[in-house]
Design a protein around this ligand. Structure first.
Ligand SMILES: O=C(CO)COP(=O)(O)O
Length: 248
């Protein structure tokens, strides 16, 4: 089964309204491949989502960078999955390593969040990845399998999930995983899905790579058999993001 390439741009906690307008203009002026070849999703900070959604041409979809774990209510400062669905925001990133590390989001909490977001009709970019210490200790696969299992345990369908492998040591460091390193983990993750879910899930679920992806390294990474796209951080704020989409 052919998996449609997926490129996400995670803007993280960056941007002023002027900068956001500039990025929107740059993206609108760029050419990206047809929607049946690549799915492109940009993820601005919450406050900018409505203007980005209105301003961007329809070839681009939008994603939130997080949502609350359950139904909304008395949770000051949180944004619920229902709110995102209500505003027709189709995607949400869940379990980014920055939230796992800085906000103590556990594997179980991430799994619950993914399940709740899916139950509200959102599509999820679910992130997994090991730290440098874990890689050096030879535990990469155990770590990403445990993170994936915590999600698999809570959901009944992977149809609306994209799995993002983002090694923590490659995020924002300029130290990109080699194509072989990325392919090795992606293939293992696919094997994990095959063994622990269903072969169809393993064949159809997109596994994308994130960590210092840019216009120069995207082609070789994207050429790996089990790399179905990218989750781009820093370079998604630059015109280079268009090149990353064209290069696939
Ligand atoms: O965290 C990332 C995407 O979610 C990757 O960030 P960088 O591309 O800046 O390394």
């Amino acid at each position: 089964m052919r998996r449609k390439f997926f490129v996400g741009g995670n803007w993280k906690c960056n941007g002023t309204s002027d900068e956001v307008n500039k990025i929107v203009s740059t993206l609108n002026a760029g050419q990206i491949p047809a929607a049946d070849i690549v799915e492109v999703v940009v993820s601005p900070p919450f406050v900018f989502i409505p203007c980005v959604k209105i301003g961007l041409k329809p070839e681009f979809q939008v994603a939130a960078q997080n949502c609350w774990v359950k139904k909304g209510g008395a949770f000051t400062g949180e944004i619920s999955a229902e709110m995102l669905a209500n505003l027709s925001i189709p995607w949400v990133i869940i379990g980014h390593s920055e939230r796992r590390a800085l906000l103590n989001e556990t594997n179980e909490f991430v799994g619950e969040k993914v399940a709740y977001a899916l139950s509200q009709g959102l599509k999820v970019i679910a992130c997994v990845g090991e730290t440098l210490e874990e890689r050096e200790a030879g535990t990469t696969m155990q770590v990403v399998a445990a993170q994936t299992k915590a999600i698999a345990d809570k959901i009944s369908s992977w149809d609306n999930v994209v799995l993002a492998y983002e090694p923590v040591w490659a995020i924002g460091t300029g130290k990109v995983a080699t194509p072989a390193q990325a392919q090795e983990v992606h293939a293992e993750l696919r094997k994990w899905l095959e063994t622990n879910t269903k072969p169809e899930v393993a064949a159809s679920t997109r596994i994308i790579y994130g960590g210092s992806v840019n216009g120069s390294n995207c082609k070789e990474l994207g050429g790996q058999q089990d790399v179905d796209g990218f989750l781009v951080g820093g370079a998604s704020l630059k015109p280079e993001f268009i090149d990353i989409n064209q290069g696939c």
